[in-house]
Design a protein. Sequence first.
Length: 224
Amino acid sequence: MHIPDGFIDIPTSTAFAALAAVGVGASLKGAAKSLDEKTAPLAGLTATFIFAVQMLNFPVAAGTSGHLFGGVLAAVLVGPYVATLALTVVLLLQALLFADGGLTAAGLNVFNLSIIGVWVGYGVFVLVKKLLPKNKSSITTAAAVAAFISVPAAVLGFVFQYAIGATATISVAAVFTGMMSAHVVIGIGEAIITALSVTAVLASRPDLVYGYRGAKQQLEIRKA
C-alpha cells in the first residue's frame, strides 16, 4: 500500500510525517529496552523478509499499490517498538532505492504501515491471546487474526488521508471500495504467512518470540 508522490497534498503529507516522526521517536526509546544481543539478529532477518515480500506489488486503485505488510509478524517476533523501526527502515529504503512509494509521501506510508498496522495489529494480538489458552497454538492463532485485521486498519488510515488531502478526482467511496476489497484478500495472505512464520520460529527458538514470552512464563507458573 505505497502512496506515490503528489497523490496526497503537501499540508496533509507534512502533518502525517510529523505524527509518524513522533511515533518512530517513541519506538526508538522502547526498542532500546526490548532489543538485546539475542533478538537483534532476528530483527534483522525479519526486516529483510518484510523488505522482500513488500517488493511484490500490484496495482489497486488510482495509482496506489497493494502488497503484504509484515507488521504483525515483526511485532510478534521482536516486539512492536522494533517492528515499527524495522518497517520504517524498509519503507524508506524502498522509496529511496526503488521509488516504491513517494518521498513526499513517506510520512503517510510510515504512519499507515509502521504505526497503525503494527500497533493496531499488536493490540489485537494481545487481546486475542488473553482469550485463548496459554500455549504455542494460541500464539499462532492470535498472530493470524491480528495480521488479518491490521491490513484493513492500515487501509482505513490511507482512506482518511485521502479524504482530507486527495489531489485526485476519484471519489472517497470508490477508493475505499477498491482498496478495501483488494486488501481483504491481502489480509488473508498476511494471516497465512504470519501464522506459518510464527509457527516455524516457535518450533525452533520459542525463547526468541517476543509475543510468546509472557504466555510461556504464565504456563511455567501454572505448572509449578
